[in-house]
Write a protein that binds this ligand. Structure first.
Ligand code: NDP
Length: 337
């Protein structure tokens, strides 16, 4: 049984030395427990927060403990009345081959589900995040302009496609020509701007001739700097993530622009609201699942996964996620489905 533990806390960007691959004996389920064998591990940006002991909405992983993470797993052995060997479950069993569970937090999946890893993305946490943040906080109306960054990624790709279904003009922001081409040609956004271009702010302004009504914030940093002057009166800004800052250990240098931000919010009556998906919206998952299942069945959702083979490759893949190296939802294939 291999497991990847947090070896030390990162300062700045995580490195391979912050992780350690360990072997441990295969656990045996006691009464009321199941033994889970991981098939797929989801890698998500929030894990950077768990590696750090700065105050957050969730407790950090302790040094020496297994890295946390959402997984799809098979029940290998069961001493639990509700589960039998071979059941497929959505779990939170972390970066390891095997784990014990008493059933808390497990969700049964269709054992013959075509693509079980979708439970970690389009039909799972990231898809749900896109749906609630956009529809509940963003409140997009037909004809409005919606902008989303990390547009080819797990959350952003779904935000833009739902906004298109609602009749909006949708502008994506992504890193590099390949991602931008995919966002327009495959996902059907109206345009996609490369945030690494030297004239990115000008290109974004040109693409948003009527300003921005909804900005779905995934990134922060230089992307938000370019967005701020384009926000319309009455704009909504769901604050979902700030990945450009996750490796920062202090505030960036430069002039204090807080009054620019506050002044813009005031004069333009902009509503900015943060959210933590399961804490704030857990009770609405069935609503999302119903809508998303219907959209998938009707062929209205495109979805791309970036699958990495082997648990041992999880640290490098995760380090890459924070640098934009992934192209689509990042998932590690840990074992046979
Ligand atoms: P993605 O699949 O979008 O992968 C992360 C992407 O972020 C990278 O591929 C890269 O895309 C982009 N990125 C990284 N650094 C920068 C940077 N400095 N400037 C601009 N873009 C950058 O990840 P997810 O879809 O899983 O997550 C997207 C966001 O949503 C994250 O901020 C995450 O924390 C947040 N989130 C929040 C939740 C909540 O409950 N509030 C729940 C789930 C996710 P590119 O190459 O295109 O720049």
């Amino acid at each position: 049984n291999r497991r990847i533990v947090l070896a030390s806390r990162p300062h700045g960007a995580p490195t391979a030395n912050n992780f350690r691959l360990e072997q441990s004996p295969l656990p045996t389920p006691a009464a009321g427990q199941v033994l889970l064998r991981t098939t797929h591990l989801s890698l998500d940006p929030y894990m950077r927060g768990r590696m750090s002991d700065a105050p957050s909405y969730a407790a950090p992983v302790a040094v020496g403990e297994v890295m946390v993470g959402g997984t799809v797993a098979r029940v290998e052995a069961s001493q639990h009345a509700d589960y039998k060997t071979g059941d497929l479950v959505l779990a939170y069993s972390g970066w390891q081959d095997y784990a014990l569970s008493n059933g808390d937090g497990l969700t049964k999946l269709d054992a013959n589900m075509g693509q079980p890893s979708y439970a970690l993305g389009l039909l799972g946490m990231p898809g749900f995040t896109a749906y609630m943040g956009l529809l509940d906080i963003g409140q997009p109306k037909a004809g409005e302009t919606v902008v989303v960054a990390a547009a080819s990624g797990a959350v952003g790709s779904v935000v833009g496609q739902i906004a298109k279904l609602k009749g909006c003009r949708v502008i994506g922001i992504a890193g590099g020509a390949d991602k931008c081409r995919y966002v327009v040609e495959e996902l059907g956004f109206d345009a996609c701007i490369d945030h690494r271009s030297a004239d990115f702010p000008q290109q974004l302004a040109a693409a948003c001739a009527k300003g921005i009504d909804v900005y779905f914030e995934n990134v922060g940093g230089a992307v938000f700097d370019a967005v701020l002057p384009l926000l319309n009166t009455g704009a909504r800004v769901p604050v979902c993530g700030l990945i450009a800052h996750y490796n920062a250990s202090s505030l960036p240098p430069g002039p204090d622009r807080l009054s620019l931000l506050m002044g813009t919010l005031l004069k333009k009556r902009i509503r900015m609201q943060g959210f933590i998906i399961f804490d704030d919206y857990g009770h609405r998952y069935p609503e999302f699942f119903k809508d998303m299942s219907a959209w998938i069945a009707a062929g209205k959702m495109k979805y791309r996964e970036d699958i990495v083979d082997g648990l041992e490759n999880a640290p490098q893949a995760f380090i890459g996620l924070l640098e934009g190296k992934n192209f689509g939802k990042l998932v590690v294939r840990v074992g046979e489905a």
